[in-house]
Design a protein around this ligand. Structure first.
Ligand code: HEM
Length: 156
């Protein structure tokens, strides 16, 4: 069960990155071409936000009661969270940065409901989504990251 949830959290990273890339592409093209905001734009922004929120819920579970959860892990003798690269990353940096990214995605998606001209919707959503993507790319425990490396796909 625990493993399955981490695997899902791992996989959803790809869903979010792909949906964000599509959302970024569509908002940029909408902004620059001056086209109208459509149901398809609305849908893709909504899916991006839903994937991010599911990942957030899974992440909250991991950080509190996961393999290295705050409530389920005794820190080794002499280790303090902020001085230990691994715990600082998984208990502080990764959750905080990802929460910021998810707030940005939610704000971007919120532009679909704002009573503003479509060009403004596209432009603002574009910036929210691009910053969210940058933060996510920085905060993912990529396999090349020393001390916090995780597989690209579950179990690989
Ligand atoms: C866009 C949002 C997020 C993405 C893309 C993401 C991505 C990932 C990835 C790829 C892993 C490695 C999984 C593995 O070991 O196979 C991971 C682990 C983890 N994430 Fe996230 N994460 C996100 C949000 C969050 C949030 C909001 C939290 C906490 C509130 C969180 C907490 C954790 C924890 C504690 C782990 C370590 C789990 C373990 O190895 O047992 N994540 N995350």
């Amino acid at each position: 069960m625990q493993n399955g949830l981490v695997h899902l959290h791992n996989l959803l990273r790809w869903v979010i990155i792909i949906l964000l890339l599509v959302s970024i592409f569509k908002s940029y093209s909408g902004w620059k071409s001056g086209r109208s905001f459509t149901a398809s734009d609305k849908r893709i922004w909504l899916f991006t936000m839903v994937a991010a929120h599911i990942t957030l819920l899974l992440g909250i579970l991991q950080v509190f009661v996961g393999r290295y959860g705050i409530l389920t892990t005794e820190l080794p003798e002499g280790v303090t969270v902020m001085k230990d690269k691994f715990y600082r990353f998984f208990w502080v940096e990764h959750p905080l940065m990802m929460i910021i990214a998810i707030v940005l995605i939610t704000l971007g998606r919120g532009m679909s409901k704002k009573a503003v001209p479509d060009t403004v919707k596209f432009k603002k959503a574009f910036w929210f989504f691009i910053f969210a993507l940058i933060i996510i790319l920085i905060a993912v425990p990529w396999p090349f990251r020393e001390g916090v490396a995780r597989p690209l796909f579950p179990g690989i």
